[in-house]
Design a protein around this ligand. Structure first.
Ligand SMILES: NC(=O)c1ccc[n+]([C@@H]2O[C@H](COP(=O)([O-])OP(=O)(O)OC[C@H]3O[C@@H](n4cnc5c(N)ncnc54)[C@H](OP(=O)(O)O)[C@@H]3O)[C@@H](O)[C@H]2O)c1
Length: 225
């Protein structure tokens, strides 16, 4: 049976963008939301946009988390801990979670160009604390903007993949490779997610100063395509 990828918070800009790109690449997507109806509507819009045999369903977050093989977290940092607590007993053993969350100060009323201090070091390390032991984690996609993902063109971005679980990093890197123009780079341990997350605040500032919506990152001098 084909694997299922849940995108929790997938009704938002980042989640919808990832759902669009991954469904277009042939993946079976489950959009998750706090309201099943909202997820179904997002799924319908994306199916219509992609056409053909696009496999995208909508459901509430717990149903998507319980059914999937891979889950991508695309909700705001302000709701992350509560959502993960709600899902703690729902995950199947062996599920791989990929965290895109950035703890932007904007999620609690501050500036989008700053990140909050997180006790655990990063949003991803907080997520690790709130997942059961049998669920593995990688952090990725934090620097790949929603506006860039929502288009049809190749994205022209590197995606740093951080984690302490090699299988989860491998799966996250494989998904990055399904997005035309994106290159996955091994970002090292999960603790490096704090650096990657803070780069997003910098990118938002660049977007504002240069009046664009699509600033991204590219690393040079590496022996990887
Ligand atoms: N936007 C970007 O360009 C971008 C780029 C890189 C990384 N990210 C990260 O990706 C994540 C999503 O970004 P976004 O711009 O798509 O965010 P968003 O639109 O604010 O939120 C995404 C979805 O999360 C759900 N949500 C909202 N508040 C929630 C709460 N308190 N608890 C649980 N779910 C909640 C909502 O879905 P329902 O109401 O349907 O549940 C919403 O549609 C963020 O952590 C962000 O830092 C975003």
């Amino acid at each position: 049976m084909a694997r299922k990828i849940a995108i929790l918070g997938g009704t938002g800009a980042e989640g919808s963008g990832l759902a669009f790109r991954l469904a277009k690449a042939g993946e079976h997507i489950l959009i998750g939301s706090r309201e099943a109806g909202r997820a179904q509507e997002t799924a319908r819009i994306l199916r219509e946009r992609i056409g053909g045999a696009a496999q995208i369903e909508g459901m509430d977050n717990p149903s998507a988390a319980a059914t999937c093989d891979i889950a991508i977290l695309t909700g705001p940092f302000s709701g992350a801990a509560a959502l993960l607590k709600q899902l703690k007993s729902v995950w199947k053993e062996g599920t791989i979670v990929i965290d895109t969350t950035v703890p932007l100060a904007a999620t609690v009323g501050g500036a989008a160009t700053r990140v909050l201090g997180v006790w655990q070091g990063s949003a991803a390390e907080q997520t690790r604390e709130l997942l059961p032991a049998g669920v593995s984690l990688a952090a990725a996609f934090q620097n790949l903007g929603a506006e860039t993902l929502s288009g049809d063109e190749p994205v022209d971005c590197d995606v740093l993949v951080c984690g302490d679980d090699e299988k989860a990093k491998q799966v996250a890197s494989e998904l990055v490779g399904k997005i035309p123009g994106a290159r996955a780079l091994n970002g090292g341990k999960l603790e490096n997610a704090r650096i990657v997350e803070s780069l997003t605040a910098l990118l938002i500032g660049l977007n504002m100063r240069y009046k664009v919506h699509s600033a991204g990152i590219r690393f040079t001098g590496l022996p990887v395509r």
